[in-house]
Ligand binder design. Structure first.
Ligand SMILES: Cc1cc2nc3c(=O)[nH]c(=O)nc-3n(C[C@H](O)[C@H](O)[C@H](O)COP(=O)(O)OP(=O)(O)OC[C@H]3O[C@@H](n4cnc5c(N)ncnc54)[C@H](O)[C@@H]3O)c2cc1C
Length: 378
């Protein structure tokens, strides 16, 4: 049994000029996967900004919507700005005061429930019709999600902690300058007052600024759900654009970041066409540990906005460890970063430019992290 998919104009070249294709019935998610297998890159190019109509009826929360045999499925662009598709935000609201109550509400609501932290991604998505949850579970009033505690071994960051609060922690900035500089790149003063670290990660954007910085810091997610708590490395948390490992009823409670060894520091850089209020066209983070001889003893390099998720690039670290961080080692690390990246062409930048950029950024960010690790002002 099959249904018919109308190929969006922007994706017709990728789909070999096809206007309509028959695919096996399923739900929107399985159909997108099938199209991605047939036309590699389909899912990435479709991105997150689309609405779905089945036989002409707009579906507000499309991913799990069944697409029956004989129906016609259309992907519709959602245009931010001028022609924005305005959809009224109409959902029930709950503000539990502990993790257990939040998990119970989310589990009961199933696919109709969504966590609301700062709302700087979620409310925009609701207003443009990309999702329409029936229940918003506001987690900002849960004390465990507002924690910011730097201990002797670990930094604990509550998932709902805002960038504005994080950037006011001088000791955290001293130990994790790259993580704090990533958080303070988000949006504007106003956006940072609401935007949380957990929201930046759980939104699943490949361009989220704090994610590469959290990955190089080797951070772990503490997740609560109906069956208890579990831990997931940040590097494995996002599975695709807008997708994470979180299951029904699960809530990100906290990020735990181990204190780095001595003579270790980090940095994050991104490129945006505008100086602010724009998301990364490419981003790179590095954490460098120096030996007593000044050579590189340990390294972690991660990249953002150049693949469906932020990526750790172990080959870049291998090129740096044991080296004197001279030009040859930096160029080898940049080559590894370029090889690992799988960017898309879009309105913000062509893929080849993103690949070039991420190599340049990775060299710069390694130099900054190394000079910070050496105790030089960076
Ligand atoms: C004008 C503007 C500029 C921006 N600039 C940038 C930028 O420069 N860089 C950048 O990276 N981002 C940017 N953003 C995006 C956004 O501000 C960030 O991603 C922000 O960190 C999201 O956090 P939030 O608390 O607002 O998340 P919300 O919008 O509340 O949530 C985002 C998503 O994560 C889920 N979620 C949130 N918290 C949890 C949790 N604890 N457990 C499970 N799921 C959760 C929500 O259900 C939702 O799906 C910008 C947004 C705007 C509006």
């Amino acid at each position: 049994m099959t249904c018919l998919v109308e190929i969006p104009t922007a994706l017709r070249a990728l789909c070999e000029g096809e206007l309509q294709v028959q695919v096996p019935v399923g739900n929107v998610r399985s159909i997108v996967r099938a199209l991605d297998e047939r036309f590699p890159g389909f899912r990435e190019q479709l991105g997150q900004s689309f609405a779905v109509a089945i036989d002409g009826e707009l579906i507000h929360d499309p991913w799990l919507e069944p697409v029956p045999a004989g129906t016609e499925l259309h992907f519709l662009p959602v245009i931010a700005g001028g022609q924005e598709t305005q959809v009224s935000v109409n959902a029930a609201y709950a503000a539990p005061e502990d993790v257990e109550a939040a998990v119970a509400l989310l589990a009961e609501a199933g696919s109709q429930g969504r966590v609301l932290a700062g709302g700087t991604d979620l409310i925009v998505q609701m207003r443009t019709g990309q999702c329409s949850p029936q229940l918003l579970v506001d987690v900002k009033r849960i004390p465990a999600l507002g924690v910011c505690e730097l201990g002797t071994e670990v930094l604990r960051l509550g998932a709902a902690l805002s960038s504005a609060v994080l950037r006011e922690q001088p000791e955290v900035r001293r130990v994790f300058p790259g993580l704090v500089e990533a958080a303070e790149l988000i949006g504007s003063e106003q956006v940072q007052g609401r935007a949380s670290l957990g929201g930046n990660l759980c939104n699943g954007s490949p361009a989220a600024d704090t994610v590469p910085a959290l990955i190089v810091a080797d951070a772990t997610c503490i997740v609560a759900g109906p069956t208890g708590m579990r831990e997931v490395p940040v590097a494995a948390f996002c599975t695709g654009p807008g997708e994470t490992v979180l299951g029904t009823g699960e809530l990100l409670v906290e990020l735990r970041v181990p204190r780095p060894p001595a003579r270790t520091s980090d940095a994050y850089l991104r490129f945006t066409p505008r100086s602010e209020m724009d998301i990364a066209v490419a981003g790179a983070a590095a954490r460098l540990e120096l030996g007593d001889d000044g050579r590189c003893r340990g390294a972690r390099v991660a990249i953002g906005a150049v693949a469906p998720t932020a990526l750790l690039v172990p080959e870049a670290a291998e090129a740096l460890v044991g080296s004197d961080l001279g030009e040859d080692a930096l160029e080898a690390a940049a080559a590894a970063v370029r090889a690992a990246s799988r960017p898309i062409d879009d309105v913000r930048a062509p893929a080849a430019f993103r690949t070039h950029l991420v190599g340049v950024l990775s060299k710069r960010v390694v130099r900054i992290a190394a000079s910070r690790a050496a105790g030089e002002p960076g």
